[in-house]
Design a protein around this ligand. Sequence first.
Ligand code: MN
Length: 479
Amino acid sequence: MSNVTIDDLMNMLNHDTEEEKRKILKAYELASKLHHGQMRESGEPYIVHPLSVAIILASMHADADTICAGLLHDTIEDTNITKEDIAESFNKDVANLVDGVTKLAKMNFSSKEEQNLANTRKIITGITNDVRIIVIKLADRLHNMRTLEHKKPVKQKENALETLEIFVPLAYSIGAYGIKGELEDLSLRYLKPDIYKKTGDKIQKITELNRAWLEDMRANLLQILASHNIPSEIKLRIKNVYSIYKKMEQGHKLNEIHDLLALKIIVENLLQCYETLGFVHKEYHPLNSKFKDYICSPKTNKYQSLHTTIFGPNDTLVQTQIRTTEMDKIATYGLPAYWDIYGADAREKMQEELKSKYQFFTSLVEINQAFGDNKEFIDQVKRELFANRIYVYTTKGEIIELPYNATVIDFAYKIHTDIGNTMIGAQVNDEFVDVSHILKNKDRVKVLTDPLSFGPRSEWESLAKTTHARRRIREFNKK
Ligand code: MN
C-alpha cells in the first residue's frame, strides 16, 4: 500500500507561486470530495490514484493547470461534475485538459468495440489539441501500470498489451525515454513474467560482475575531466529489461549487446561534450564504427547525446554517452522537460516545437484528417507511426523519419509537395534508382526533379506508404 499524502505533492511545488499552490490544494480538495467513498482495487481510497498522477506530473515540474488537471483527471468520468463546472471553478485550460483525458461515454456507441476504438483515437489525437493531454495520460497510465498487481490477470494482460501498442510509441514520439522504459518493463512483467524475471536476473548478474572495473573507469574519467576543469557527473546506465529482451528476440546474444552497460557523462555545455569526447578517446580507444553524434544530428524525437563505444579495461567494450544537463533532461522526460527548462514559456514552446520539429506530429495530423473511420485511423497510425521506422538523410544531412518499407516517393513528398510532383527519379547513396525504390535505414537520398515532368502517375499512390504522399498524389491527379 502506498501512503502518499497531499503534503508529498505540496512539498514538491518549489516553482509555484502561493496562488498556484492554493489552486492546486483546491483541486485536491475537490477531487477528494468527489471521489469520496470510491475505492481502488487495492483497497485504498480512490484519491490516492489522482494524487499519485499529480505527483508524477509535479516531478516533471508541470505547470499548475496541468497538476490541477492531474488531480481532477478522473472526475468527469467517474463522478457527477461536468467540464463546465471545472471551467467555472478553475479555468478553461484545466477543464479542457480534464475533458481531454476523459473517456467518451458508452451511450454514444453501439458496441463496446466502437467505444474502445473511439477512445484510443481520442488518446492518440489529444496531442494535436494540447500536448499536456498526452503527458497527463502517460502519467495516468504509468501509475496504473505501477499498481497493476491488484487487477485480475486478464485485465493485467489487456492493459499491458495496450500500453505496449499505444502508450510506449507515444512516449517515444515525444522523447520521454524515462516513461517509455518503465512502461515497457512493467508491460513485459505482466505479459511474459518468466522472461521478465530471467532477463532481469541475468542483467543484475552481469552488472554485479562488471561493477568494480566500471567504477574504476568512472573514477578515472572523473579525475581526467576535473584536471581539465570540466565539471562532470558520471552515472552508470543499465539498459532496460524490455530493450534487452527485444534484442535477444532478434537473435542477439547477451554478451553481444555492447550498450547493456553504459557510462553517462553529463557536462555543463555543448563544447565540453566534444572536449570530453576527446579526452575519453585519448584514454580509451574508440570503436570507430560505433560513434554517433546525436548532438549535431538529433533523433527525430529531439534526443541529443554523443555515443561512443570504447575499448574499456578488462577487454570489454563499453558505451559512453556524453551530453549536457539540458540534453539529459530532454532524454529522460522528452518534451515535458520544457517545463523545467523554459518555465513560464514552456507551454507555448512545447506546442510550437511539436509542430515545427517533431516529424511524427505533422504525419499524425494528416492521418487524422484522412481517415474518418476510427479503426482505419488506428491501423494507419500503427503502420505509419508506431511500427518500425527508418531514418534517411537528405543531401544536406538532415534526418527524415519514414515508415518501414517507405519509397523514394514518400521521401520526396515529405521534403516538399513540389519536389514530389516534379520528381523523375532519385539517387540513393549515389546510385540511380526508380521512384518506387524502397528505402533503407541510413540511406542518403537525392531526388531528381524536372519542372517539365508529367507529374505523379496515379500508380504512385499505391507505391507510397505515407498518408501525406498518397493525399498529395491524389490531389494532383484530381486537377
Ligand atoms: Mn486515472
